[in-house]
Design a protein around this ligand. Structure first.
Ligand code: DON
Length: 319
């Protein structure tokens, strides 16, 4: 994505409520048809490239939305942020730091060479290697228990019971040879804390949970609110875990584009290959965006542009 385009939000409409800004962001970027829909997971290619939803949820639980906020799509890599939070909560800051790491690879989300170049380290929990290793760290005596922990934990972030999209799960399971290779490679370096095939399977299931843009905004607002879901009032994880998670999102959430993202938008965020993005404004709330057209790094083009616009319009940039 061209950074100049991403930062050029043009003249902002004067004044206005958060609802008006969200509607303005949607109207501005809906005609934008840059990017392409992912197809390396075959069934994802069926997504309508015109879908575009924006939801903003404040830590006070208020909701502001525009467009296709009720369309369900699979959470994909955005799950990595919340599974990392669950792992931090379960086994602590020191151990996730030691087993996974927190530095950007500078390489694509599914890079094999990043593992090789770093002595077998999965590097960070937001790339596929680190996410598979993080899922393997969750407590549980078998894959079913770890999957239950993931589904229950992510459902508590969303404030509703999230359901697996079986079609996407099956489609990805038949096309995930690269992730299975990454898991075997980590295993060969002694960096995987559970069986390689089972860990990839739980990871593939977590990526196949169905959410909408509104769910993403609530999940992000929970991280913004020190771990308290602003709708259900439940403390899902501790405030310390939110700090750890947001730090990793800031450095690694948009993969090799994380530096540009922070430079232009100034918020911890996570993207997924179905077209979702969650951007978190600590203490304020979160933006959930969904549109399936992606840039070359696998990040939603309309989602990025709308987040840039809203960050500026709502004064969310951390810096
Ligand atoms: O493992 C994969 O390739 C997918 N389940 C998730 C990748 C993804 O979402 C990358 N993000 N933009």
């Amino acid at each position: 994505l061209d950074v100049a385009q991403r930062s050029s939000t043009g003249a902002l409409p004067p004044g206005g409520s958060v609802d008006a800004w969200v509607r303005a962001a949607h109207a501005r970027y809906a005609p934008d048809d840059a990017g392409t829909v992912a197809d390396y997971i075959p069934v994802l290619a069926h997504a309508d490239p015109a879908w575009f939803g924006l939801s903003v949820v404040g830590v006070d639980g208020r909701v502001h939305q525009a467009g296709d906020t009720g369309i369900r799509f699979t959470i994909q890599s955005i799950s990595k942020a919340f599974v990392f939070a669950l792992a931090c909560e379960a086994i602590g800051h020191e151990r996730v730091h030691e087993r996974i790491g927190v530095n950007n690879t500078g390489l694509a989300f599914n890079s094999v060479i990043a593992v090789e170049l770093n002595g077998g380290s999965p590097m960070n929990p937001m790339v596929n290697a680190g996410a598979i290793a993080t899922t393997a760290l969750l407590p549980g005596s078998d894959a079913e228990e770890r999957w239950s922990a993931v589904r229950d934990g992510l459902s508590r972030f969303a404030g509703r019971d999230l359901v697996l999209d079986d079609e996407v799960y099956r489609s990805e399971s038949g096309a995930n040879h690269r992730n299975r290779a990454i898991a075997q490679l980590l295993h060969s370096y002694g960096r995987l804390d559970a069986d390689a095939e089972e860990s990839v399977d739980v990871y593939t299931r977590q990526c196949s949970l169905a959410v909408d843009a509104h769910d993403l905004a609530i999940m992000g607002a929970t991280l913004a609110d020190g771990g308290v879901n602003p709708v259900t009032g439940e403390q899902v994880v501790s405030a310390e875990v939110c700090r750890d998670t947001l730090a990793v999102l800031a450095s690694c959430g948009l993969y090799e584009r994380s530096g540009e993202w922070l430079f232009e938008i100034g918020l911890p965020a996570k993207s997924g290959v179905s077209g979702g993005i969650v951007a978190v404004a600590p203490g304020k709330g979160a933006v959930g965006a969904f549109s399936p057209r992606l840039d070359a790094a696998g990040n939603s083009v309309r989602g990025q542009r709308a987040c840039a616009y809203l960050s500026r319009a709502l004064g969310l940039n951390l810096f």
